[in-house]
Design a protein. Structure first.
Length: 238
């Protein structure tokens, strides 16, 4: 009984030190989701309108993202981007310290590319779900393609895709736990640091789960509320 009490005490006493890195986890997740969201829309529109060359490139990109593990994509971003920048800088005759770039940047890029690929499929399906008559109506009113998308089509597609986008954001929060692989000190990396002092990793991982769980639960609740409000708005507006 005393040992169990000590374990529980250790779990909760470790949380304050681990939670100090929660802002980094949220920073990576939200920035990657926003960039991925914009990238997903762009790719979805490219594939929806069958833009030559770009559509084929985006198809290969999505296939690559779906066919490779997230951790490999992180390593490719972490080692590949600095190499690419070095070559470009060298070709221009300038000098640049690659080490000045934070690991957080590479994590955001890798997660954003991953999220963008998956979100693009959700957006494309949502665009195809919008009635074809909507496009015809926009043409009859002499709307440009951009105005049709901005004012009529994309808002409807966004509402349709929102449940999938909610899942993507929650998955992103949890996927950031892989960022420690490229030396980003998020809550998972901080937990490993704390655990290495006592080698009580089981208790430490329980402590981390007690952080991820409420964060994801709160975000899920907020996004569900947003989904309900936007659904009511879409019914009134369209």
């Amino acid at each position: 009984m005393e040992e169990l009490i000590n374990d529980i005490t250790y779990i909760f006493s470790s949380i304050p030190e681990i939670v100090t890195k929660l802002p980094i986890t949220l920073f990576i997740a939200f920035n990657a989701t926003i960039i991925g969201f914009l990238l997903g829309i762009l790719i979805a529109l490219i594939r929806f309108f069958h833009i030559r060359v770009l559509s084929q490139i985006s198809t290969v990109f999505i296939s690559f993202i779906r066919g490779t593990p997230m951790v490999i994509q992180l390593y490719l971003a972490y080692y590949g981007i600095p190499l690419l920048i070095s070559k470009i800088v060298e070709a221009s005759g300038n000098e640049f310290d690659i080490n000045s770039l934070p690991s957080t940047l590479f994590a955001i890029i890798a997660f954003a590319l991953n999220t963008g690929a998956y979100m693009s499929e959700s957006f494309r399906s949502s665009l195809m779900s919008v009635e074809a008559g909507q496009f015809e109506a926009c043409k009859s009113l002499h709307y440009s393609t951009w105005n049709s998308l901005k004012t009529i089509i994309l808002p409807q597609a966004f509402v349709i895709a929102l449940p999938t986008l909610t899942s993507s954001l929650l998955a992103m929060i949890k996927n950031t736990s892989l960022a420690f692989c490229i030396t980003v000190v998020d809550i998972m990396a901080q937990a490993r640091i704390v655990g290495s002092r006592s080698f009580r990793y089981f208790e430490i991982y329980i402590a981390v789960s007690l952080l991820y769980w409420p964060v994801c639960a709160i975000l899920e609740r907020l996004l569900l509320l947003l989904e309900k409000k936007l659904s009511r708005f879409s019914k009134k507006a369209f």
